[in-house]
Design a protein around this ligand. Structure first.
Ligand code: GLN
Length: 538
């Protein structure tokens, strides 16, 4: 018999309340008690995956080992749980419809009218249970994107209602996250929006079992009682989620509020082990008590939006704790830097990270930033497009190939040092067609990366169409930019270094997707370490 338990997390009142962090924090607490937990996210938009969205829409696109382009919440899940997610952990309305329509074309519903209920809802229910049916997990947490009452989330909410009925109250529960706003003119916290939101959920036939209330001020006992009475939940099931200074505090805050305890009670799970958060709390202790500080310049073109480089920023937090330093990340817009103002714009930095990206906008600024790091012996890390810019900069300014470029930016360059990968040339569709997911890479002996990873072979996640052009390799290496990581099957260059520079590394893959609290990424740890060395010399 399948005894997997299901927890659904819905949101009300407003978006951006942090459902992903609440889901990840609860998952962390349950995992710390010994349960096997995973989280999935259901997104109501019609894109088949977020790979075709620009970061201004939904923030960063997160990539899993199996090459799924997913919502950035999956990044939080992996960072909190230190467990890999996959294609099955993120489902969009687009994917649901695509699959139902393909079934219809194959004739699987022959003779029937295909409808939202039951066909779309059945597909949703199947997807929700996919991970549960593997037998790998005791508990599946499913986060429903959007806000209750949205037209586009209705099929998801209906599917949750049906599943809850089918699985029974012991096997499924609903946590509803709402906002309790503070009206400063009245000097009061207001419960009405939460009452309305719970009512909206009720109209769809779902009774919330647990309320998590986002708030800027402590909820009094009286206010919690009021919320419990009017929202039809037990007093212990009204959980306060007060603004935190770091998302990494949220698991402990939820522990203090008893979110895990009520959850276990409601699901009839009797494990009374105290959660073991030793590793987590060691990290927090280091994160909150830094012994030094480094300033890193993050050069990108989506820097206005924090979420665009989510995984990179979190990787710096993990690496900072590991080095016991505070990493201050200064976001610098690549469109705002040029040869004239570069020294001023980048002054005071201890390290430079040139970010991933697509398209031409802002690339000349990125190239200038690489040059500045290279010429001034500043620790440098280039990720994906950032690595490609490092190769272009070196070709232009060291090899003297003035017109060197990537064919992504200039198809007619006479020196395509970065070029479209051979197997990309025949591809016309944009969705899900890049080189995606985990690929092996062999590290060169005595390179920085060999020391950093302490390994001969690694596996890292990719998301790109263009590559280092091997026909320039000899020239680049002779002039001092060495290829130190190679894909053993294809010969693609994945890593470049400049051995005469104190710390200059460019990687074609995305190390930021694999950094977690329990396992800070070695490349970020080493980069922050090099920046710290630089800071100490100042
Ligand atoms: N635009 C580049 C490519 O497709 C880099 C992609 C990235 O930075 N993720 O190869």
């Amino acid at each position: 018999m399948n005894t997997t338990k299901y927890i659904f997390v819905t949101g009300g009142v407003s978006s951006s309340l942090g459902k992903g962090i609440i889901a990840a924090s609860l998952a962390k607490l349950l995992q710390a008690r010994g349960y096997r937990v995973t989280i999935q996210k259901l997104d109501p938009y019609i894109n088949v995956d977020p790979g075709t969205l620009n970061p201004y829409e939904h923030g960063e696109c997160y990539v899993t080992d199996d090459g799924a382009e997913t919502d950035l919440d999956l990044g939080h899940y992996e960072r909190f749980l230190n467990v890999s997610t996959s294609q099955a952990n993120n489902v969009t309305t687009g994917r649901i419809y695509q699959s139902v329509i393909e079934k219809e074309r194959r004739g699987e519903f022959l003779g029937k009218t295909v409808q939202v209920i039951p066909h779309i809802t059945n597909e949703i229910k199947e997807r929700i249970q996919l991970l549960g049916n593997t037998g790998d997990y005791d508990i599946i947490i499913t986060e429903i994107g959007g806000t209750v009452g949205d037209i586009e989330s209705l099929p998801y909410i209906e599917s949750v209602r049906q599943l809850k009925w089918e699985l029974g109250d012991d096997n499924a529960l609903v946590i509803h996250l709402t906002l309790v706003p503070y009206l400063s003119a009245a000097g009061e916290l207001k419960t009405k929006p939460t009452q309305h939101s719970v009512k909206t959920l009720m109209e769809s036939g779902i009774r919330a079992d647990i309320l998590v209330c986002r708030t800027e001020h402590e909820l009094s006992e009286e206010l919690k009682r009021k919320l419990a009475l009017f929202c039809n939940v037990k007093y212990e099931a009204v959980i306060q989620s007060i603004d935190a200074s770091t998302i990494y505090d949220v698991p402990n805050m939820m522990l203090d509020e008893g979110l895990d305890t009520v959850t276990l009670q409601k699901l009839n799970l009797t494990n009374t082990n105290e959660p073991d958060l030793t590793r987590w709390n060691q990290f927090l202790q280091r994160h909150k008590n830094p012994k030094g500080k480094v300033t890193i310049g993050l050069i990108g073109k989506y820097v206005e939006l924090q979420d665009s480089y989510k995984s990179i920023l979190e990787s710096f937090i993990h690496a900072g704790a590991e080095n016991e330093v505070k990493v201050e990340v200064r976001a610098i817009h690549s469109e705002h830097i040029d040869a004239e103002n570069i020294a001023e714009e980048l002054s005071g930095l201890d390290g430079i990270l040139v970010a991933p990206g697509f398209g031409e906008r802002g690339i000349e600024g990125k190239i200038e930033a690489v040059r500045y790091a290279r010429e001034n012996n500043l620790p440098f890390l280039g990720i994906c497009l950032g690595m490609q810019m490092a190769v272009i900069e070196f070709a232009r300014n060291v090899l003297g190939l003035k017109d060197a470029n990537s064919t992504e930016m200039n198809e007619n360059t006479s020196h395509p040092v970065i070029d479209l990968m051979e197997d990309q040339k025949s591809i016309t569709n944009k969705g899900g067609t890049m080189r995606l997911g985990a690929w092996k890479c062999e590290l060169k002996e005595n390179s920085i990366v060999e020391k950093v990873y302490n390994a001969k072979e690694i596996s890292e996640r990719h998301r790109h169409r263009y590559e280092y052009n091997n026909s320039y390799r000899k020239q680049l290496e002779n002039a001092g930019m060495v290829a130190t990581g190679i894909n053993p099957d294809t010969g693609l260059v994945e890593i470049v270094e400049i051995p005469t520079h104190p710390w200059f590394v460019g990687v074609q893959y995305h190390p930021e997707y694999k950094s977690t609290v329990a396992n800070p990424h070695p490349l970020f740890v080493a980069f922050v370490g090099a920046a710290h060395e630089h800071a100490k010399k100042k």
